[in-house]
Design a protein around this ligand. Structure first.
Ligand code: PEP
Length: 251
């Protein structure tokens, strides 16, 4: 039985003080609940160290939003996997559509990042998703297949135990337009089948696949009740403790 996962991607929001405030509020809300899911927050790099101290002893786990695939050296502005580990990260979001589309990250680079994260014992939250025009011209599954297979190139069945895949249709991110539960389920099932073909039934059945794209407290329950949707990657709605909590309760 797969455990549900609710992950919050803070994106480029919250300075140090705002981060501390949000984490304290979330911890207070979680204190009175026994969440039926894993809760992950992914603050910006500048808040990770402090966030790591604040989440200690709570159910909240820590992730970063990106990293570079090299170990160290002349890569101005980049952050390595071991640096993320050193500030207490357990997870890292890789291949987010904003990284792909604003910062031109391609499947090859994302694959290098995934392999580096795994070798540093960071768990990738590997994002895939089609653009609006790709959905409209009927190539969604083709696009997802390419992103999944290229992103996971030479990742072993054993390493797959540490990977979470997030299906995030680009047209649903930050737009208020959510995929219907049926649309999301169809792609999640497609991804799970693909993993079964590439790896095994066991790997595919254990794989956690999150949905992301305008998840809110009022649509979370319906999405999360789909058989292949194991949780949510949440952007906008994770920036307020009560709305993130609403989604956690939906799980
Ligand atoms: C995201 O950025 O991963 C995301 C899903 O954003 P939002 O929930 O705001 O659509």
């Amino acid at each position: 039985m797969r455990k549900k996962v609710i992950a919050g991607n803070w994106k480029m929001n919250n300075d140090l003080m705002e981060s501390e405030k949000l984490i304290v509020e979330l911890k207070n809300l979680l204190q009175n609940e026994k969440p039926n899911c894993d809760v992950i927050i992914c603050p910006p790099f500048t808040s990770l160290s402090e966030a790591s101290k604040l989440v200690k002893g709570s159910v909240i786990k820590l992730g970063a939003q990106n990293m570079y695939f090299e170990e160290s050296g002349a890569f101005t502005g980049e952050v390595s996997a071991s640096m993320l580990k050193s500030v207490g990260c357990e997870y890292v979001i890789l291949g987010h559509s904003e990284r792909r589309n604003i910062f031109d990250e391609n499947d090859k680079m994302i694959n290098k990042k995934i392999k580096k994260a795994l070798s540093a014992e960071l768990k990738p939250i590997f994002c895939v998703g089609e653009l609006l025009e790709e959905r409209e011209n009927g190539t969604t599954k083709e696009v997802i297949k390419k992103q999944v297979l290229k992103g996971l190139e030479s990742v072993s069945a054993d390493e797959m135990q540490s990977i979470i895949i997030a299906y995030e249709p680009v047209w649903a991110i930050g737009t208020g337009k959510t995929a219907t539960p049926a649309q999301a389920q169809e792609v999640h099932e497609f991804i799970r089948d693909l993993i079964e073909i590439e790896y095994s039934m066991e790997v595919s059945m254990n794989l956690v696949i999150l949905y992301g794209g305008s998840v809110k407290p009022d649509n979370a329950k319906q999405l999360l009740s789909q058989i292949d949707i194991d949780g949510a990657l949440v952007g906008g709605a994770c920036l307020k403790a009560d709305s993130f909590m609403g989604i956690i309760k939906g799980a």
